[in-house]
Design a protein around this ligand. Structure first.
Ligand SMILES: [Zn+2]
Length: 471
């Protein structure tokens, strides 16, 4: 077979042939994968079985390919809101299904390996786009007690397969950096420890070498954006226990990438990483990778924020000083779990020189003041919608007063914040408050920040997804 890097570049450029187009965003549900699973039953590549059911009765599938001696087990989405690898697995299924000039590669894989896939271990959590299962139990902390049917199934499947290698596929916060710098930790690996001493035996050594092999290849696509998860022993977790029970286990976490909100690029990187992993196992080439590659991968550090505004002058209570302001946007599920809204908060004020923003602006010479509330109240949302929103923004209005409402939620779908009539709101700039700001130079408004979203009124650029209801 070919060199890993050469192979990786070829599948990188041919990827659109395999992309499963029906999976377009992170909110993948069980009903989205059912027709795709049905397709796998046709032909002779895959054996599909209903391995078990979730607490709410959704089928959890085990998909087998190949007849080789070395068994590999990959499972994804134990955490319902972590779908990046699930989408990549369906791309890999397409790759296996299509007859093309990678056929000899696939034949070698199927000859050397028997590959078992369990995509979407937590379909009930996926339905609500939340981490835990329907009992609110974290499946990945249920290895010992086995109170969730999903954890029981995963452990039973592990026992039946008795694989040599396992891939435990997750998503992590997009706010991790790869070491102390501005590089997002786009992929993070871990060869989990199987004891508190973090011992290394041959099982764990093989996972470290295999990670080294994948790192050596994928780092060419995203140099500096691969990190390593800290290896503190977690006695309740699956990866740590599977490693201890003799399966060389690799944790892969999909993190963040600028302007990739739905993690579609990171999904492509998963596709490449997993195929390189399978290739290295089939060829046993991971054996030749030095252990110090794994050691050299920088750790995950939480050095990122969504938006960092730097060197702003701020007048507050008779003082005047320079500050940086760091803002984080938290995702809130909408009433339909296919939609989401954003709730911003000011995370830190002061010297943020060791932190970095996905959006990061040096605003030297500018002043920050709180966003303003439009003085006239609106009787209804329809009444407000008659206004030209851009001219409101241009005048620094980030909030409106609504007289006719009984809004008790935190979020509004409108791209402006709402204050309920006769409520007094503290709009001062402080940690923990929503990020609603005006940035000006000599009283000319340069930017507004509305619920953590940056908007440039002179160009009318920047998209404000939604506002908050200020209580
Ligand atoms: Zn996870």
């Amino acid at each position: 077979m070919t060199d890993n890097l050469d192979f990786a570049y070829r599948i990188y450029y041919d990827y659109q042939n395999y992309l499963e187009y029906s999976l377009t965003n992170r909110r993948v549900k069980h009903s989205d994968i059912l027709p795709l699973i049905d397709r796998l039953r046709e032909g002779n590549i895959f054996t599909v079985t209903e391995a078990g059911k979730s607490a709410e009765g959704r089928d959890i599938f085990l998909i087998k390919a190949g007849t080789g001696k070395t068994k590999v087990f990959l499972w994804s989405q134990m955490h319902g809101d972590e779908s990046t690898a699930t989408r990549a697995l369906f791309d890999i299924f397409n790759f296996f299904l299509l007859k093309d000039n990678y056929n000899s590669f696939k034949d070698t894989l199927f000859d050397k390996l028997t590959i078992y896939f369990m995509p979407m271990v937590n379909p009930d959590g996926a339905e609500l786009f939340k981490r835990t299962n329907i009992f609110d139990i974290d499946i990945n902390r249920d290895f010992v007690r086995l109170q969730t049917p999903e954890a029981k199934l995963l452990k039973d499947t592990f026992n039946k397969i008795n694989a040599e290698f396992g891939f435990n596929l997750h998503d992590q916060s997009i706010l991790y950096s790869a070491g102390h710098n501005f590089n997002t930790a786009t992929l993070s690996f871990l060869a989990p420890a199987f004891d508190a001493e973090k011992s290394v035996n041959s099982v764990r050594e093989n996972s470290m070498k295999l990670i080294g092999s994948m790192f050596n290849t994928v780092n060419s696509f995203i140099p500096g954006h691969i990190a390593k998860y800290p290896d503190d022993f977690e006695p309740r977790a699956f990866g740590d226990n599977f490693q201890g029970l003799g399966m060389s286990t690799i944790l892969i976490e999909s993190g963040g990438w600028k302007d990739d909100q739905e993690k579609q690029y990171i999904r492509k990187l998963n596709f490449i990483t997993l195929l390189i992993g399978l290739k290295s196992i089939a060829e046993e080439s991971y054996n030749d990778v030095a252990l110090d590659i794994y050691d050299s991968i920088p750790f995950n550090e939480k050095d990122l924020m969504d938006l960092v505004l730097r060197n702003l002058r701020y007048k507050n209570n008779g003082y005047e000083y320079f500050v940086d302001i760091g803002i984080i946007r938290t995702e809130i599920n909408g009433s339909l779990s296919s939609e989401y809204f954003v709730k911003s908060s000011i995370e830190e004020i002061g010297d943020l020189s060791i932190l970095f923003g996905y959006e990061d602006l040096d605003l030297m010479g500018m002043e920050v003041i709180p966003g303003k509330t439009f003085p006239e109240e609106f009787s209804s949302i329809e009444d407000f919608k008659k206004m030209n929103i851009h001219s409101l923004y241009a005048d620094g209005y980030t909030n409106i007063i609504l007289s006719d409402n009984n809004l008790n939620e935190e979020i509004t779908e409108l791209p402006i914040n709402i204050i309920k009539k006769s409520k007094t709101i503290d709009t001062s700039i402080k940690v923990g408050s929503p990020a609603n700001l005006i940035i000006q130079r000599e009283n000319k408004i340069i930017y507004i920040v509305l619920n953590g979203f940056l908007y440039d009124p002179s160009r009318q650029t920047g998209s404000i997804k939604n506002g908050m209801i200020l209580h």
